[in-house]
Design a protein around this ligand. Sequence first.
Ligand code: PHE
Length: 360
Amino acid sequence: LKAGLIADIEAADTLDALEALRVGAMGKSGVVTGLLKTLGPMSPEERLEKGPPIQDLRESVTAALADRKAQLEQAALDARLASEKVDMTLPADGGPQGSVHPVSQVMDELAEIFADLGFSVATGPEIEDDWHNFTALNIPETHPARAMHDTFYFPDETGSDEAAPAAEGPDQAGRKKMLLRTHTSPVQIRTMMTQAPPIRIIAPGRVYRSDSDATHTPMFHQIEGLVIDKGITLGHLKWTLETFLKAFFEREDIVLRLRPSYFPFTEPSVEVDVGYTLVNGQRIIGGDGDAAGGGWLEVLGSGMVNRRVIEACGLDPDEWQGFAFGTGVDRLAMLKYGMNDLRAFFDGDLRWLKHYGFSA
Ligand code: PHE
């Protein structure tokens, strides 16, 4: 009996099979249990004679069960370790790779181009006050740019989000109507008030207007440029814009068209168009917009800084002059990379980024 039981135990090839054998031998109605039960009613003499072989059987079977169990468990563990092995020396399969967004890309390109021209980068708050965004820029209270339609105002303490009367000067900063800046031009003011001229800065950043369609989003990006020095003329402005647009569009044949315009903070004001040529029905920047098949695209607003703005910043306009310009970064990106829906810039759709080569 003993040899047979132990042989069976040693041959059990799964933990389940082994458990079945254990129950058959040592369980409540197992063979070994049955033999042990016969010891009870025996006389002391008989028990002395038959007891030891039964006890020996019980011990041998118990030991064989434990040994086999340990072997099977070890085998299961080995198998698991082998199947779950991780080879730390294999190269990792690179996860998804991010990329620079076209807007950031264009801002970086512009910062680099203007750095070569001696401009540094200035910043200002997106939550701006009425004075810096409008008044100091010679935008009178009746100017349409102040209408609720365009500007996101913060409600004041009275709960009103009507445009409050503008504070009259920088020293009245305590009484401020707050808004989301509608352009980067307030950075002109902040720079002139904190930096001694000569000044050469660009100011890239987010701006906000209550407007939304295929070519307008409530948040978009501008880059402001400002030069304040002695003897600055419109010629400097034109050369700077030409140089920057040639570098940005990476073409020598950039043709500019300057149109007289109006901005309260520049006088005279100039709107700037670049010529494009139609190639396979696509507008490609470059060439004379008046040539056959060509046309003009407005790319920026600019002008000579209005002397009232220079004065508002505490500088003497007879001593210091300059020019300023502002351009839409999103629009420049669309023109350079041939994108046609502004809203896609802010959808975060990887397929769109990939299509224009901006995603791995
Ligand atoms: N701030 C103007 C706009 O948002 C652009 C501009 C900037 C015009 C600087 C002239 C000079 O439309």
